[in-house]
Ligand binder design. Structure first.
Ligand code: OAD
Length: 231
């Protein structure tokens, strides 16, 4: 299972590439690259601080809740769900999903570029923020993956894909790799593949099944269908 910004859209968190989306209003090269952070850390902190404040008030929607039921239902039947998200929000966890694989990091964590410590973080970050690990200021950054950086846990994702018989992408435009490549890989390996999105994604042709509509409606219906099929 791979989720993207579309699953959180109805919780009030913006998507990136829709009309009026985050990257339509802000230049990602000035905000989401290591070079941007080195050149203007205050600007980058301001952007992520605003997103963090927005997230602190956000709540999961019926799509997130349905995925909790899917994980529990599959576990009861002796199976499992590997929930990989590109989202840096914590809405899957708020809904009750466990062991969520955040391949693009987490907004509610800070990373010290000096000592490597990762800390749960719900407040604003700034250039003067002191790392609780090493006690030094000046190296704290959001623990998110920027363009040009390696997403987290790619080996674990590949291993999970290899063991799966169903790959589902929910609310992702299929524009950012390596995440966008998993559907084709899954198809090539003979997995059942399904896309759930508001509209056909860049990768729509790759999926064997395509369901279009809001995640809050489509995901609960899909989960009910999968659990019914699983018996
Ligand atoms: P995008 O904004 O690129 O795509 C979101 C997708 O969700 C679009 O295809 C929308 O049509 C769809 N969508 C919008 N509202 C929806 C709803 N209510 N129900 C279902 N689908 C809906 O977001 P991602 O694909 O997640 O990375 O973006 C991937 C990565 O690009 C992000 O993780 C982020 C971004 O740059 C980094 O910052 C490294």
């Amino acid at each position: 299972m791979l989720t993207g910004a579309g699953v959180s859209a109805e919780s009030g968190l913006g998507t990136f590439r829709d009309a009026g989306g985050i990257w339509a209003r802000f230049d990602p090269m000035k905000l989401a690259t290591p070079q941007a952070f080195a050149a203007d850390p205050d600007n980058v902190h301001e952007f992520y601080n605003a997103r963090r404040r927005n997230l602190v008030g956000a709540r999961p929607n019926a799509g997130h809740h349905a995925l909790v039921r899917l994980g529990e239902g599959l576990a009861e039947r002796g199976g499992g769900l590997f929930l990989c998200t590109q989202n840096i929000d914590d809405l899957h966890e708020q809904a009750g999903s466990r062991a969520v694989h955040h391949m693009h990091g987490e907004l509610l964590r800070a990373l010290c570029a000096g000592c490597g410590a990762r800390t749960v973080w719900r407040e604003d970050l700034g250039t003067g923020t002191i790392c609780p690990g090493c006690g030094r200021a000046g190296a704290m950054r959001p623990d998110v993956v920027w363009f040009g950086e390696m997403p987290y846990g790619l080996d674990a994702i590949e291993a999970a894909l290899e063991e799966s018989d169903l790959f589902v992408a929910i609310g992702t435009s299929g524009a950012v790799y390596p995440a966008a490549g998993y559907a084709a890989q899954a198809r090539a390996w003979g997995l059942r593949t399904c896309e759930i999105n508001l509209e056909p994604s860049d990768n729509a042709h790759v999926f064997g099944e395509r369901l279009y509509g809001p995640a809050s409606e489509m995901v609960p219906a899909f989960v009910a269908q999968i659990l019914a099929e699983a018996g």
